[in-house]
Design a protein around this ligand. Structure first.
Ligand code: COI
Length: 356
């Protein structure tokens, strides 16, 4: 399928941000977006890059009622010698895994990649220049069939929007403070915790607001059954360094299989760090803090990159980690991942794709 392009007329184009230090996350969007429609019996059709516009949806569009909606988060980097994507096929495949779980149609990998490439190249001048900045990419699929019965929709819209971003957290690369909740949970076994479904994020807001009101950046989620084992932090995967071991939760279906998570694991292993994907209880975390064995903690994600955690709030008490400072492994991982993403060093794993 050929992707048609309708260019935005000059008078509809927006001014690009001038101060990259103030980009923040997810507030500025570029001039164009990609759209493609699906109808049962016909499949995906009319792939199009067009001027970004509000969507035309019937009030009964099923995504608005039963949350048949999935998305991805990716970035394009203006790096040394070109524009790069980082492991885009991983995101494309994960989107198709989410689609299958939510009874939504699959998207052809090559077409998806071509849509990304064409859209990013068209919006190339929007890609910021500073370190840690990038063009955030949000592929999204929504059920558009106008109907109120609960069943998989027969019509969908797939779209990709882009926008220049800086750091996800207001703290930037400074350590965040996280709030452990034993009261609320994010994902139960057998649910959709391993999918990037909007509904997962809606369900996380209540506890996140409690945490924010108390002055914490994010919630650390525990497993939904025993409320004992560490799962994810906010919108990212969670890592702890205890003794000589780098520990993160295993992919048992309740946490998102993060692309950055996998990159962290593979990089750390390649440096000879002992990595364990295993269940880690809050009891063990507390014991490690008390005994001085908990050396570092950080979150990983496309938006957050590698984000140090400097303090944990648990059962009414604050527990600083590494005296509230960024740990050395955290810093090394952050720098290494950034350098690979920006083409500033060789890419032994073949993660980087140059698109221009
Ligand atoms: C990402 O890391 O790209 C995400 O999608 C997380 C979040 C902003 C929802």
């Amino acid at each position: 399928m050929d992707i048609k392009v309708i260019h935005a007329p000059p008078e509809r184009r927006k001014a690009k941000p001038t101060d990259e230090a103030k980009l923040g996350f997810g507030r500025i969007f570029t001039d164009h977006f990609f759209t493609m429609s699906y109808h049962a019996g016909r499949g995906w059709h009319d792939p199009l890059i067009e001027p970004c516009r509000p969507l035309d949806l019937h009030p009964t569009a099923m995504c608005l009622h039963y949350a048949q909606e999935i998305f991805e988060g990716m970035k394009a980097y203006r790096g040394k010698g070109g524009i790069f994507l980082f492991r885009p096929l991983e995101n494309i495949r994960r989107m198709n895994v989410s689609a299958e779980r939510l009874c939504m149609p699959q998207i052809d990998e090559d077409l998806f990649l071509e849509a990304l490439r064409k859209l990013i190249l068209l919006e190339k001048d929007w890609i910021p220049h500073g370190s840690g900045t990038s063009l955030y990419i949000r592929p999204t699929m929504i059920a558009t069939e106008p109907a109120l019965g609960v069943h998989p929709a027969s019509e969908y819209l797939f779209f990709i929007i882009t926008g220049p971003v800086g750091a996800y957290y207001p703290e930037g690369f400074s350590p965040t403070k996280i709030f452990v909740t034993e009261e609320y949970s994010r994902a139960a076994p057998g649910g959709t915790g391993n999918c990037k479904a909007g509904g997962n994020y809606a369900a996380s807001l209540y506890a996140s607001e409690i945490a924010k009101k108390m002055g914490y950046t994010q919630v650390l989620w525990l497993d939904a059954v025993e409320r004992k084992y560490v799962e994810e932090v906010g919108t990212s995967n969670m890592f702890f360094v205890i003794g000589e071991e780098l520990i993160t939760a295993p992919l048992t279906g309740t946490i998102l299989p993060g692309v950055t998570r996998d990159s962290v694991i593979r990089l750390a292993k390649s440096w000879g760090v002992k990595v364990a994907e295993r269940r880690l209880s809050m009891d063990e975390v507390m014991e490690a803090i008390a005994g001085g064995a908990l050396r570092e903690a950080f979150a990983s994600g496309t938006a957050a990159i590698v984000s140090p955690v400097g303090l944990i709030y648990f059962r009414g008490k604050e527990h600083p980690i590494n005296e509230g400072k960024t740990g050395s492994l955290t810093e090394r991982l952050y720098n290494e991942i950034l350098k690979i993403q920006y083409g500033q060093k060789d890419d032994p794993f073949g993660w980087r794709i140059k698109i221009d």
